[in-house]
Design a protein around this ligand. Structure first.
Ligand SMILES: [Zn+2]
Length: 247
């Protein structure tokens, strides 16, 4: 897959923050601290109760600017995207996206990803693209044909339970996606805001599928975060940069 630089900008997702969180002042890369400050246990509890997110919300081994191990992990990720047949291009970095990519045909793992409001191109980290490519066949088995998302990258802090936390959101790393609806093979659109509370089978199957995947953290839904996630699913990839991948 050829690597071609694509012009920066056009980040409609920034303006689409459906779970709008307070924006810390974007830090230019040259001024960025070497790492975010750990302020406690970074954790989103994987249980059915209320989701918690406090302190350092970054993936294991994450530093800023990216370490050599992180860059090696991303190079490994790019090779995996190629092996999975994903049509991707490298693009310029925003926020703390370690390895920004765009997907040419907006298809990952056989599932079409379309913006619910704006227009692309959308930037995401290679690790989210790979996690979505990996879970694609499982989503298809659950009946999903298309995913409609509100935003991917945006510079914001974690927001759960109606409160903005003192922790950078993984949206700022290009690792998270807010999904407003899923479309099944018949063309029926299951909207999180409208259909989740009624026990929509497709939405519940998707929730179970993502929670069973080691590529993702706990999905935030109207069930585990009714205040801040009443109208969308928050999906986020869960890469670990703690170990240097084999080269
Ligand atoms: Zn989100």
């Amino acid at each position: 897959m050829s690597r071609r630089r694509i012009a920066a900008g056009l980040l409609a997702g920034v303006a689409l923050a459906s779970a709008a969180a307070a924006d810390p002042a974007p830090t230019s890369r040259s001024k960025a601290k070497s790492t975010s400050t750990p302020r406690g246990k970074a954790k989103v509890a994987r249980r059915s109760g209320v989701a918690k997110a406090n302190g350092n919300n970054m993936p294991r081994g994450f530093t800023w600017p990216p370490s050599r191990a992180m860059l090696a992990a991303e190079a490994d990720c790019e090779r995996s995207l190629d092996a999975a047949g994903v049509a991707w291009h490298a693009t310029s970095r925003d926020g703390r996206i370690v390895d920004a990519v765009t997907i040419d045909d907006a298809v990952l793992g056989g599932i079409a990803y379309t913006p619910a409001f704006g227009k692309g191109p959308y930037k995401l980290d290679c690790q989210l693209a790979l996690a979505l490519a990996t879970i694609g066949p499982d989503l298809a088995a659950a009946g999903v044909r298309e995913v409609r998302f509100g935003s991917i990258y945006r510079w914001s802090n974690v927001r759960v339970g109606g409160k903005t936390k003192n922790a950078l959101s993984r949206h700022a790393l290009g690792l998270a996606m807010d999904v407003v609806s899923f479309v099944d093979e018949s063309g029926r659109e299951a909207k999180v805001a409208r259909d989740y509370r009624a026990g929509d089978d497709l939405l519940l199957d998707v929730e179970r599928t993502i929670n069973a995947s080691s590529s993702f953290r706990l999905v935030l839904t109207p069930k585990n975060d009714p205040i801040s996630h009443s109208d969308h699913f928050h999906l986020e990839a869960n890469p670990s940069y703690a170990v240097t991948p084999r080269s």
